[in-house]
Structures are given as structure tokens and as C-alpha cells.
Design a protein around this ligand. Structure first.
Ligand code: HEM
Ligand SMILES: *[C@@H]1O[C@H](CO)[C@@H](O)[C@H](O)[C@H]1NC(C)=O
Ligand SMILES: *[C@@H]1O[C@H](CO)[C@@H](O)[C@H](O)[C@H]1NC(C)=O
Ligand SMILES: *[C@@H]1O[C@H](CO)[C@@H](O)[C@H](O)[C@H]1NC(C)=O
Ligand SMILES: *[C@@H]1O[C@H](CO)[C@@H](O)[C@H](O)[C@H]1NC(C)=O
Ligand SMILES: *[C@@H]1O[C@H](CO)[C@@H](O)[C@H](O)[C@H]1NC(C)=O
Ligand SMILES: *[C@@H]1O[C@H](CO)[C@@H](O)[C@H](O)[C@H]1NC(C)=O
Ligand SMILES: *[C@@H]1O[C@H](CO)[C@@H](O)[C@H](O)[C@H]1NC(C)=O
Ligand SMILES: *[C@@H]1O[C@H](CO)[C@@H](O)[C@H](O)[C@H]1NC(C)=O
Ligand SMILES: *[C@@H]1O[C@H](CO)[C@@H](O)[C@H](O)[C@H]1NC(C)=O
Length: 323
């Protein structure tokens, strides 16, 4: 076989892989089956954000947790049963919220077009729409046509969702496991420009980093002192702090300049400065327009992880239980 035709075949293989990996998602999948679907998601999401400014952070993180465990298949929404401890009840689920909003949207969609719109698509769309409210425009494209999975296991959430104590090697590996690049890792970490973190996810950096009652030297000392005044002791697992102090309700690119001042909250944030390639991408994201564009593209890739399409899975009737 000639070199050229070999390369051609190789490209075909990659194309085919691309198809299995979310290529079957489409723009406006519900155009004929439920034309009002995207509008209904947007309206109910906007209504809820209007009374709960913390919601975009909840829905964005929910989408991330959904996609990293079994693909974006709505498995994060399933309740545990007598037989099964679901993702929701895994340790990294702490403070996952917004389930009531997903249910409100689903209830309306089931009235308008029963059995058509997947819970997985609702999660992807409402994450986008909630972040978009402050801009009054659609911030990134969400392809649709995901179907819902039937399995949700707490153990898988523990294994697949990166821990805030991870170093760069582990983070890169955990994203690579989902076919995401170092660029995706850095760009998507910028989601920490909104929302809050519980003290117990970074307390070790304030009080006992190496077991000698010391602080993490890679954490800004001034900032560490501020954090110690909020998180009073090592066992505090109830207090939360803003991840992007002062603008934790605003989606902007502050995460990156803050990171450069060594004020990333988690070890997993600080870790992005420990690798040359990642650090270079952090520098690029100091431009806010660049960040918004890249964030949309990485969200699209994240939203395609392991999706079920065609006849796979099901369209759940109620998002918290399999049919
Ligand atoms: C790179 C690996 C990541 C790690 C280790 C990580 C870890 C965490 C942790 C520990 C929290 C705090 C949860 C709490 O205390 O309640 C958090 C919050 C959050 N994460 Fe991440 N995360 C990562 C990536 C992402 C990605 C890719 C997204 C979305 C695209 C995301 C979106 C969020 C949001 C919006 C919050 C705030 C949630 C709230 O306010 O309730 N994170 N993350
Ligand atoms: C638990 O598992 C058994 C056998 O696998 C099944 O018959 C039963 O319906 C399950 N119960 C629930 C609540 O899912
Ligand atoms: C998270 O899991 C704990 C048990 O580990 C459970 O009590 C809690 O209700 C879960 N949170 C959500 C939002 O489901
Ligand atoms: C938001 O955008 C819509 C249409 O794009 C426009 O009609 C509306 O006035 C805008 N609202 C605000 C508050 O700017
Ligand atoms: C990263 O963390 C893993 C697991 O804790 C550890 O095995 C590895 O040695 C660490 N790598 C570096 C470069 O610190
Ligand atoms: C990546 O996936 C492999 C194979 O499933 C697994 O053994 C490994 O623990 C995963 N690594 C991370 C960091 O998630
Ligand atoms: C700090 O860590 C060391 C070693 O793990 C432990 O012996 C010590 O009790 C810790 N200090 C506090 C205040 O928890
Ligand atoms: C640690 O801080 C929390 C929250 O401020 C408080 O409820 C708890 O009593 C403190 N525990 C200790 C051992 O000081
Ligand atoms: C917080 O810590 C207390 C005491 O260490 C523990 O009993 C409780 O289960 C913890 N809560 C959570 C949500 O982890
Ligand atoms: C630590 O933060 C302060 C602002 O709070 C900043 O002036 C300083 O440059 C930062 N230090 C480092 C090493 O980035």
C-alpha cells in the first residue's frame, strides 16, 4: 500500500472514531420532534437564574460531572436505589445542586412533547443557558441528540472525577482518559471563575501541607492568610469561599490572572502552573476574548464525551429514575 493511501485510510479511521465520539450529535436535533425544546430550556433556566445567581456554577459543574462519568448521559441525575449507590451519592457530589431546575424543565418538556427530549441534553443546554444569562446571548453552541444512560455508580464518580488534590500528571491523565487535551484541561479549569469551594478541599494548603504545620509554598502567602480567616481549622467542612474572590457570580477570565498571582484555590488549580505547556496556555487565557472562544470550543468537546445516540440508551421519563 502506498504511503498516501495509508495516510488516507488512517484519516478515515480517525473520522470514524470521531463519529462514535459524539459525531452524531447535531445542531437543533429537536427541530421537528420538539421545536420548542431549546426555547423551553432557555426560558426556565433564565427564570431560575433571575432568583438564584449561584445557579450557573451549579449547572456548569453538574454538566462536567455528568460527562466525566459514563459520558454525557444524564447519569449524574439518577437517584440511588435499594440496590445501587448512584453517582449523586459519591463523595465528589458534595454540593452538586440544581437538580430541581432540571426536573422543572423536564416536567414542562414532557407536557409539551412527551418522551422526546433527553435529560442529558437538558443538562448540556441548561449549563450553557445559565452561564449565558449575564451576557444576554448564547455563549457557545450545544449540539443535541444525546440519549440517557441507565446506569449510575458512585464508585465510577470517585474514579473518574479528578480530585482537587491532584497534581498535573494526574489531571492530564484524567482528561486524556476522556479524549481531552491539556488545552481543554486549562481552558475548562477557567470554569472556576464562578462558584464556591468548601474549606476541606484546600485546608491542607493553609495549615498542614507537609505534616509540619506548614502552608503550601505555592500558595500566595497573603492570600493564604485571608483564607485562614475564613476557614478556621483543618476539620471545617461546612464553610465555603468564593473561588474567584469578588466576582464569583460573574463569568469572566479572572481565574487566569488570579492563578498567576498564585491564588488558585485548589492544588489542582495551582498545578496548571507546574507544566510549561499548561502555563503557556494559562498565559494565552489572560486575554478575555480568547478565553471565551476557547471555552466554547472545549465545552463542545466535553459535551461530546461518550454520548449515547441513535437507539442507544433511552429518553428517560423522569430524570432521577431509569424508565
Ligand atoms: C480540572 C479538574 C477539576 C477539579 C479537580 C475540580 C474540583 C472542584 C472542586 C473540589 C470544587 C468545589 C466543590 C465544593 O466544594 O462544593 C469545584 C467547584 C466547581 N467546579 Fe470544578 N473541578 C475541575 C474541573 C472543572 C470543570 C472542567 C468544570 C466545568 C467546565 C468545573 C466547574 C466547577 C464549578 C462551576 C464549580 C463551582 C460549583 C459551586 O459553586 O457549587 N470544574 N471543582
Ligand atoms: C434489586 O435487584 C433485584 C435483582 O437484581 C431486582 O429484582 C429488584 O427489582 C431490584 N430492586 C430495585 C429497587 O431496584
Ligand atoms: C451526596 O452524597 C451524600 C452521601 O454521601 C448524600 O447524603 C447527599 O444527599 C448527596 N448529595 C446530593 C446533592 O445528592
Ligand atoms: C436581550 O436580547 C434580546 C434579543 O436578543 C433583546 O430583545 C433584549 O432587549 C435584551 N435584553 C437586555 C436586558 O439587554
Ligand atoms: C502525582 O500524584 C501521583 C498520585 O498521588 C503520584 O504517584 C505522582 O508521583 C505525582 N507526580 C508528581 C510529578 O508529583
Ligand atoms: C485513566 O484510565 C485508566 C484506564 O481506565 C485508569 O486505569 C486510570 O486510573 C485513569 N487515570 C486517571 C487519572 O483517571
Ligand atoms: C499535621 O500532620 C501531621 C502528619 O500527618 C500530624 O501528625 C499532625 O497531627 C497534623 N496537625 C494537625 C494540627 O492536624
Ligand atoms: C472548626 O471550625 C468549624 C467551623 O467554623 C467549627 O464548627 C468547629 O467547631 C471547629 N472545630 C474545631 C476542632 O475547632
Ligand atoms: C464533616 O465533618 C464531620 C466531623 O469530622 C463529619 O461528621 C461529617 O460527616 C462531615 N460532613 C461532610 C459533609 O463531609
Ligand atoms: C500575592 O497576592 C498579592 C495581592 O494580594 C500580590 O500583590 C502579589 O504579587 C502576589 N504574590 C505573588 C507571588 O504572586
Amino acid at each position: 500500500m502506498s504511503k498516501v493511501s495509508y495516510i488516507f485510510l488512517l484519516c478515515l479511521c480517525f473520522l470514524a472514531l470521531g463519529l462514535c465520539n459524539g459525531g452524531e450529535l447535531r445542531k437543533n436535533f429537536y427541530r421537528t420532534s420538539c421545536p420548542q425544546a431549546e426555547q423551553i430550556v432557555r426560558d426556565i433556566t433564565r427564570k431560575n437564574v433571575a432568583t438564584n445567581a449561584a445557579l450557573p456554577a451549579k449547572l456548569l459543574r453538574m454538566h462536567f460531572h455528568d460527562c466525566f462519568v459514563r459520558g454525557c448521559d444524564g447519569s449524574v441525575l439518577i437517584d440511588s436505589t435499594a440496590n445501587n449507590t448512584a453517582e449523586k451519592d459519591a463523595i465528589p457530589n458534595r454540593s452538586l445542586a440544581g437538580f430541581d431546575v432540571i426536573d422543572e424543565i423536564k416536567t414542562q418538556l414532557e407536557k409539551t412533547c412527551p418522551g422526546k427530549v433527553s435529560c442529558a441534553d437538558i443538562v448540556a443546554l441548561s449549563a450553557r443557558d445559565s452561564v449565558s444569562v449575564q451576557f444576554n446571548k448564547t455563549m457557545w453552541e450545544v449540539l443535541t441528540g444525546r440519549r440517557d444512560g441507565k446506569i449510575s455508580r458512585a464508585s465510577e464518580a470517585l474514579a473518574d472525577i479528578p480530585s482537587p488534590f491532584s497534581n498535573f500528571t494526574i489531571l492530564r491523565q484524567s482528561f486524556a482518559n476522556k479524549s481531552l487535551t491539556v488545552k481543554d484541561l486549562v481552558v475548562l479549569s477557567g470554569a472556576h471563575t464562578i462558584g464556591v469551594g468548601h474549606c476541606n478541599f484546600f485546608n491542607n494548603r493553609l495549615y498542614n501541607f507537609t505534616g509540619k504545620g506548614d502552608a503550601d509554598p505555592s500558595l500566595n502567602a497573603t492570600y493564604a492568610a485571608t483564607l485562614r480567616s475564613e476557614c478556621r481549622n483543618l476539620s471545617d467542612n461546612t464553610t465555603t469561599v468564593e473561588m474567584d474572590p469578588g466576582s464569583s457570580l460573574t463569568f469572566d477570565n479572572h481565574y487566569f490572572p488570579t492563578l498567576k498571582l498564585q491564588q488558585g484555590l485548589f492544588q489542582s488549580d495551582a498545578a496548571l502552573l507546574t507544566n510549561n505547556v499548561a502555563n503557556g496556555i494559562v498565559n494565552e487565557m489572560l486575554g478575555s476574548a480568547k478565553f471565551f472562544t476557547e471555552f466554547g470550543q472545549s465545552m463542545k468537546r466535553m459535551g461530546a464525551i461518550g454520548v449515547l445516540t441513535g437507539n442507544a440508551g433511552e429518553i428517560r421519563k423522569k430524570c432521577s429514575v431509569v424508565n
